[in-house]
Design a protein around this ligand. Structure first.
Ligand SMILES: Nc1nc2c(ncn2[C@@H]2O[C@H](COP(=O)(O)OP(=O)(O)O)[C@@H](O)[C@H]2O)c(=O)[nH]1
Ligand SMILES: [Mg+2]
Length: 310
C-alpha cells in the first residue's frame, strides 16, 4: 500500500466584480463553456448574483458573477450594487476586472468609479486578483503601462492580462486564482454542477438579452421577463420538445409597441434569437410563445423586484 497522501484540493468562492461592462459575465461563460450569464454591450445587464462552478486539476472555483459596481441611482440599480457588494464578505478571494487599453495619447486613465470600487474591495481585506480584460483590443506595447498604473491602486495578489472574448491567458488567470484559495478535503459542489441558475431562469434571461440587444433608449433598462409556462412533458433525453411561454414586462404602452415592432417583426426576432439559445441549453426543440405586457414602474416596486429574484 502506498503511504502517499492524497493530493490536497484547492477550492473556494470567488466574486467577479468590477465596473459595468468590463466583461465579468463574458469571462464566466468562457470559463464554464456555457451561457449561464447574459452578455450585451450595455451596462447593467447582469441584475442578480450568478453562481458558476469551474473544475480543474485538483481545484474548484465557485465563481459569483455580480452586477457592475457603480454610483447607482434608482431603486433597481441601487439594489444591484448592494447585491455585488454583499457578495464580498462571503468569498475567499476577489477577481477584480478592469479593461486593458490606453487613451489615444497613450495615457492610462483610471476612473473615479474604478477607484471607488477598488476601495470597497480593499475594505473587506480579501486576497484580490486584478484581471485586465480585453487584451485582444489593446496593442501589446500598452499592456505594461496599464499594469504599472493599476499596480498602485491596491495591493493585488496577482495582475493578469487576458481576453474573455478569445480566451487568451484565461488558463493563467484561473491558475493565479487557484493559488490564493484555501486547501480543502472535499470540493464545494458536485463535479457535474455548473450553476445555480435554473433552466427556467436562464430561458427568461435569454429573452431579456435579446430585448437589450435589439431595442434602444430606455427599453433595455425598463424590461423584465417572466416565464409563465415551462412544459417539459414532451421532453426526452435527446429529442422532444419543451414548451415555454414568457411575458416581457415594459413600463409604458409606447414601449410595448416598440418591443412588438411593425407587424410583430421585433417580437419575432426576439423570439427566434432567444429560442436558439434555449434549444442549445436544453438540447431539444423549443416551442416559444412571447407576449408583452405593460406594468407601470415595475422597477420601483419591491414586490416586482422580489418576483424577479432581486
Ligand atoms: N473585445 C472584447 N470585448 C469583450 C471582452 N469581454 C467582454 N467583452 C464585451 O464587453 C461587453 C460587456 O460584456 P459583459 O460580459 O456583459 O460585461 P459585464 O457587464 O462586466 O458582465 C460585451 O459587449 C462583451 O462582448 C474581451 O475580452 N474583449
Ligand atoms: Mg454582467
Amino acid at each position: 500500500m502506498s503511504p502517499r497522501k492524497k493530493q490536497k484540493l484547492r477550492a473556494g468562492f470567488v466574486a467577479i466584480v468590477g465596473r459595468p461592462n468590463v466583461g465579468k459575465s463574458t469571462l464566466l461563460n468562457r470559463v464554464l463553456g456555457e451561457k449561464v450569464a447574459i452578455v450585451t454591450p450595455r451596462p447593467q445587464t447582469t441584475r442578480t448574483r450568478i453562481l458558476g462552478v469551474w473544475n480543474g486539476e485538483g481545484a474548484q472555483i465557485a465563481f459569483f458573477d455580480t452586477p457592475g459596481l457603480h454610483k447607482a441611482k434608482g431603486v433597481l440599480n441601487r439594489r444591484m450594487v448592494e447585491v455585488a457588494l454583499s457578495t464580498l464578505p462571503e468569498v475567499d478571494a476577489v477577481l477584480f476586472l478592469v479593461e486593458a487599453g490606453t487613451s489615444p495619447e497613450g495615457k492610462v486613465e483610471i476612473g473615479e468609479t474604478t477607484r471607488w470600487a477598488a476601495a470597497e474591495v480593499a475594505k473587506r481585506g480579501k486576497p484580490a486578483i486584478l484581471g485586465i480584460n480585453k487584451m485582444d483590443r489593446a496593442p501589446r506595447a500598452t499592456l505594461l503601462p496599464v499594469i504599472d498604473a493599476y499596480k498602485d491602486l491596491h495591493a493585488w495578489a496577482e495582475l493578469v492580462p487576458f481576453s474573455a472574448l478569445d480566451g487568451e491567458n484565461v488558463e493563467q488567470l484561473l491558475k493565479a486564482i487557484v493559488a490564493h484559495l484555501p486547501e480543502a478535503d472535499e470540493p464545494l459542489f458536485p463535479k457535474d454542477m455548473l450553476t445555480d441558475q435554473a433552466e427556467r431562469t436562464l430561458a427568461a434571461e435569454y429573452v431579456r438579452e435579446q430585448v437589450m440587444l435589439l431595442t434602444r433608449d430606455e427599453i433595455p433598462y425598463s424590461c423584465a421577463v417572466e416565464i409563465e409556462e415551462f412544459d417539459e412533458s414532451q421532453r426526452s433525453d435527446r429529442a422532444g420538445l419543451v414548451r415555454i411561454s414568457a411575458v416581457i414586462f415594459v413600463e409604458r404602452e409606447t414601449q410595448k409597441g416598440i418591443v412588438i415592432g411593425k407587424g410583430g417583426q421585433m417580437l419575432k426576432k426576439i423570439g427566434t434569437n432567444s429560442r436558439y439559445h434555449m434549444e442549445r441549453l436544453l438540447g431539444c426543440k423549443v416551442f416559444l410563445s412571447l407576449t408583452v405586457r405593460v406594468e407601470e414602474r415595475w422597477s420601483e416596486r419591491p414586490k416586482s423586484l422580489e418576483k424577479l429574484g432581486l
